[in-house]
Design a protein around this ligand. Structure first.
Ligand code: KIV
Length: 256
């Protein structure tokens, strides 16, 4: 039986080699990515990528549990982390614990991710002290898009640095830094003891994550400028659909 990568193993990668991570929302994609990543993130980006929502705010705990459980079933080796959706952890540490414990119990994941820096530090300690590994998330916080006026690159060095230190001191095992000036991420990565996982935050983070559908060119919507396309899956899918339709129309499928 393959042993899954653990949270402490991911922490120990800092200073050894870059941490590799991608998002996954389904068992089939998780199975394809499993051998190549240290951790799979079941991100609430799923609301936009899979469900066509305009933002991540309508994603529910039930959706995260259904997709988190699918990703755990589809993978054998990767550590699986599940996002806590908007409204499931901000009210109080007790609310966060109840929902995080439910997500862990019902999916079999190894930990949860939640957005926020200094303002979430107390909640992060509460969860970690009670056995729930937390991946923190600073810089651009998609769940705050309404407050800051969109999905904007974050340039307030003092705040992002203070947030990264706060989540580290609170016991987060790693921190995602999203859409931040590379110089800020580099400084944070040099100052804090836990791995920094960058997305649109430059090459000097301790690891990198991308939304898989962006990376493989499956989505047709907006793709952030920092994304590198490693495949153009949408071309294969549209070509296959067109060829299938032509075959059906011309009675070439199914074959005799
Ligand atoms: O929801 C998500 O997929 C994320 C990643 C982009 C880091 O938070």
């Amino acid at each position: 039986m393959t042993k899954r990568i653990t949270v402490p193993q991911i922490m120990r990668l800092k200073g050894q080699r870059p941490v590799v991570s991608l998002t996954a929302y389904t068992a089939s994609l998780a199975a394809l990515l499993d051998d190549h990543v240290d951790f799979l993130l079941v991100g609430d980006s799923m609301g936009m990528v899979l469900y066509g929502m305009p933002n991540t705010l309508s994603v529910t705990v039930e959706m995260m549990i259904a997709h988190g459980a699918a990703v755990v079933r589809g993978s054998k080796k990767a550590c699986v982390i599940v996002d806590m959706p908007f409204g499931s952890y901000q009210a109080s540490s007790a609310q966060a614990f109840e929902n995080a414990a439910r997500i862990m119990a019902e999916t079999g994941c190894a930990g949860v991710k939640l957005e926020g820096g200094a303002e979430m530090a107390e909640t992060i300690s509460f969860l970690v002290e009670r056995g729930i590994p937390v991946l923190a998330h600073v810089g651009l916080l998609p769940q705050h898009a309404n407050t800051v006026g969109g999905f904007l690159t974050q340039r307030n060095e003092e705040k992002i640095l203070a947030d990264a230190h706060a989540v580290t001191n609170a016991g987060a095992f790693a921190v995602v830094i999203e859409c931040t000036e590379p110089a800020i991420s580099k400084k944070i990565s040099g100052e804090i003891a836990i791995p920094t996982i960058g997305i649109g935050a430059g090459v000097d983070c301790d690891g990198q994550i991308l939304v898989t559908e962006d990376m493989i060119g499956q989505g047709t919507g907006y793709v952030p400028s920092f994304v590198k396309r490693y495949a153009e899956v949408h071309e294969d899918i549209t070509r296959a659909a067109r060829d299938f339709a032509e075959d059906v129309m011309n009675r070439r499928f199914p074959a005799k």
